[in-house]
Design a protein around this ligand. Structure first.
Ligand code: ADP
Ligand code: MG
Length: 685
């Protein structure tokens, strides 16, 4: 039997070769895509009482024509048509612009439906629709919610509406249920065919809402099913490495550290080593606020893997960070015989070749690197553990490529962007989560000030005082997304200004356009206190660790997202000294002011994340599109949070049942999983 997704759009009525092209550009290839092309909002034509309508609102009313229409013309094509209409007990004036041809239809006593903007004080309705509809003969729009689709180019609103309606009429009966019967029952969900029809043509409001609830649940359930099935499969497959890790090694290694591990670190290390000993692939997310000490946790995991006879890899998003991790690992592994190597894009060709050979021969135990690690020609001798730092910077695909370089190596991903539990569950539903909540003892909370740009001189004075005490300062210039050139120009300008403001100090410069060697030199000078002030872009955002730096001044702070501000602030407060964050900002909006307030109110990344979510919704949370957070068609991660949790429970419960993998009842879901790229090469049965 032919399926909806086997019917190409060009077979649909009214789709010419040209329109076919345009539909493809919208990602619409089959009849299935067409009926699943959901409206992003509705135009509300439900008839309302005038008394319910606020001035300035758009509304649909039914009224009776009273009196004679008046037409005024201006110039050649402009006109204004007015007519008295009785709506309920009120006599109002309906006004049309440039619709002179409607005059003939305004016959006294005719009952009509009008949609437009209501102005209470003048008792006037400025009609926005080009036609008026007879209230006596029911019409398509009458008293309905009309779908509004995202359109463009040759695809117009009326055209796509017609196409969808026609496709539904012709093929709607072929829509199959995909959710298990038990779940449809449990939540009393509308069946799939009916729900899809009602999403496009809600009819009454309640039916529209029910349809939406059904499709949102489906979307969330399928999303979770994919993650949970993947996770269940990797557990069932039991093909992971069961490393023989001795707890004694960990204790001995910890004893060589210059500090005592925090309870959170200990707990995380424990959870990780339990996973590593198991015979299925670890897939764990380690989240902890900036400065909570994730690196040493990663080091202990890598140390254990090497002691157990495997290689380890650490992938980080920037070269600066790679260099820095290389240094700290070399120091941490000083008293061991572990060989640490570096692999980044800016290694010379010969060094790179040497490194690749050493990795393949197993001469290097732990390699630290950037994207360069996931190139095709990188091979390991015995890769057992992959650690990915600042994981939100990498896409799921990049993570899985690295994973494929070993035979089911264990994977630990780390993030300093605290994610509220709800979001963690959604975005990383396939991972186990370890969380470090506390920071190492003795750290004083960073004091954060928000000042206007007019107070720049005072901020300078503050920096000067700290430097006099032997401390150092970061000055951060914002990312200018529209133009990297402008951005670089901006940091260079600020750098010059700072040099003038602090003629007696060394002021360093760091931005993305510098060569790797220049960056390293600049970072090195700052780390060794040869330069006291570092003017930088957000390239220092992640991971950079200079404990003697105690001030970070962020210019145009209102241009940053909250999570980014918190990350930047985490560059200070990494040593024993009291640290400060100065936000220079003149926010224009209420939300902007609120963001500055959140920063001055709290130091806790989880709290910042929570407030951020409240202020902006999850879509913006990471400030970038590459957040790694899923984008849903219908569902809203915050508003539909309860459904999301239910969907997760249902999916987890379902994949745990043996019948799910074998019973024909679930054949459609299994088929759906098989078609997913995530399951390519997986044995599903
Ligand atoms: P992040 O979690 O942000 O990656 P790091 O791993 O860079 O944090 O650690 C921040 C700093 O704290 C480093 O200088 C590290 O040596 C230090 N540190 C880590 N754990 C502890 C601890 N338990 N006690 C004291 N200092 C610690
Ligand atoms: Mg870090």
């Amino acid at each position: 039997m032919i399926k909806l997704d086997q019917i190409p759009v060009k077979q649909l009525k009214g789709v010419s070769a040209l329109k076919e092209q345009e539909l493809h550009a919208f990602g619409l290839y089959t009849a299935n895509d067409i009926i699943l092309y959901f409206p992003f909002r509705y135009e509300d034509y439900r008839v309302r009482d005038l008394t319910e309508i606020k001035s300035g609102e758009k509304a649909t009313v039914i009224g009776t024509v009273r009196g004679v229409p008046v037409l005024q013309r201006y110039g050649k094509s402009k006109s204004r048509l007015t007519c008295k209409i009785q709506v309920g007990i009120q006599l109002i004036t309906a006004t049309w612009f440039n619709r002179h041809f409607l005059r003939e239809g305004l016959i006294p006593d005719r009952e009509i439906m009008l949609t437009g903007k209501w102005e209470q004080s003048r008792l006037q309705l400025t009609v926005s629709e080009s036609e008026f509809l007879d209230a006596v003969k029911p019409s398509a729009k009458m008293d309905t919610l009309q779908p509004v689709y995202s359109v463009g180019g040759k695809i117009t609103q009326p055209w796509i509406r017609k196409l969808i309606t026609a496709t539904l009429e012709q093929y709607g009966s072929m829509v199959e249920e995909i959710l298990p019967y038990g779940i449809v029952q449990k939540y009393n969900l509308m069946n799939r065919a009916e729900a899809i029809t009602h999403i496009h043509h809600p009819g009454d409001f309640a039916a529209g809402q029910e349809a939406r609830r059904r499709m949102v649940y489906e979307e969330l359930f399928l999303f979770q099913l994919r993650l949970q099935a993947y996770r269940a499969l990797s557990h069932r497959r039991q093909a992971g490495i069961a490393m023989q890790i001795d707890s004694q090694w960990i204790r001995e290694f910890a004893a060589t550290l210059p500090f005592e591990l925090t309870d959170g670190q200990k707990k995380a290390i424990n959870e990780i080593s339990v996973d590593m000993r198991r015979n299925y692939g670890m897939n764990r997310l380690l989240q902890g606020d900036v400065g909570s000490g994730k690196t040493v946790v990663a080091a202990i995991a890598l140390y254990s893997a090497v002691k157990a006879g495997y290689q380890g890899a650490l992938m980080v998003p920037t070269e600066i960070l790679a260099e820095q991790h290389l240094k700290s690992f070399t120091r941490l592994f000083d008293n061991t015989n572990i060989q640490v190597g570096l692999l980044t894009g800016s290694l010379g060709e010969r060094k790179r070749r040497d490194m690749l050979a050493s990795l393949q021969m197993g001469l290097i135990d732990v390699v630290v690197g950037t994207h360069a690690l996931i190139q095709e020609d990188v091979f390991f001798s015995k890769l057992g553990l992959v650690v990915v730092d600042e994981q939100h910077r990498f896409g799921v695909n990049q993570r899985s490529i690295l994973r494929q370089k070993g035979i089911h190596p264990d994977v630990l991903t780390m993030t300093a962007t605290p994610i509220p539990r709800t979001l963690a569950i959604t975005a990383f539903g396939d991972m186990d989560v370890s969380t470090i909540r506390e920071r190492p003892q003795g750290r004083k909370p960073i004091e954060t000030f928000w000042v206007k740009h007019s107070a720049l001189d005072r901020a300078y004075g503050f920096i000067r005082k700290q430097v006099a005490l032997g401390r150092q300062a970061y000055v951060i210039c914002p990312l200018i997304e529209e133009s990297e050139k402008l951005e670089v120009q901006n940091v260079i300008d600020v750098h010059i200004t700072m040099q003038q403001a602090f003629p007696d100090l060394q002021v360093g410069l760091l931005h993305g356009r510098m060569s790797a060697a220049e960056k390293e030199a600049s970072m090195g000078a700052f780390a060794s206190n040869e330069s006291q002030v570092l003017v930088a872009t957000t390239v220092v955002e992640v991971g950079v660790d200079v404990p003697n730096a105690t001030i970070i001044m962020i210019m145009d702070a209102e241009r940053f997202g909250l999570s980014q501000l918190h990350q930047l602030r985490g560059r200070v407060g990494r040593g024993e000294h009291q640290s400060y964050c100065i936000l220079l900002a003149d926010p224009k909006s209420e939300v902007g002011r609120e963001r500055m307030k959140v920063m001055t109110d709290t130091n806790d990344g989880f709290e910042v994340a929570r407030r951020d979510l409240e202020l902006r919704g999850p879509g913006d949370f990471f400030g970038t599109k590459q957040s790694g957070l899923p984008e849903f068609k219908l569902a809203d991660m915050v508003a539909d949070y309860e459904l999301l949790e239910q969907a997760r429970e249902d999916a987890t419960e379902l994949v745990a049942r043996d019948s799910f993998w074998h019973d024909s009842t679930y054949a459609r879901l299994i088929e759906w999983l098989r078609n997913d790229p995530l399951f390519q090469g997986e044995q599903i049965d």
